[in-house]
Design a binder for this molecule. Structure first.
Ligand code: FES
Length: 104
């Protein structure tokens, strides 16, 4: 469903700009400068959390910090807006399920 534009995929230094991180413990790769939400979508992860009431899957929607549908846990800190954080080497991104935890 989501894929990068061809000119970005074939950029001469695209491989050099690759950022290694993990999604739910699985190795993943992003492009330097990607937001976490963009990196999730580029890696085929369209749902990054489930709602606490119905369990419905939610995923990045607005990509500009308004909808809060991109909440994920980043390096152990929960409820981070994936679209507002740049992916970094070694970053551990976890999807969230159910109710938000205040202290997480
Ligand atoms: S995608 Fe809407 S706030 Fe992040």
């Amino acid at each position: 469903m989501f894929r990068r534009l061809p000119e970005i995929e074939t950029a001469p230094n695209a491989a050099a700009q690759a950022v290694a991180f993990t999604i739910d413990g699985r190795p993943a790769s992003a492009r330097a400068g990607d937001s976490v939400a963009a990196a999730l979508l580029a890696n085929g992860v369209t749902a990054c959390r489930n709602t606490p009431v119905s369990g419905a899957a939610r995923g990045p929607y607005c990509m500009m910090g308004v909808c809060f549908d991109c909440l994920v846990t980043i390096d152990g800190t929960g409820n981070r807006q994936g679209c507002q954080v740049r992916v970094a080497p070694g970053m551990a991104v976890e999807t969230q399920n159910g109710k938000r935890e205040v202290e997480r």
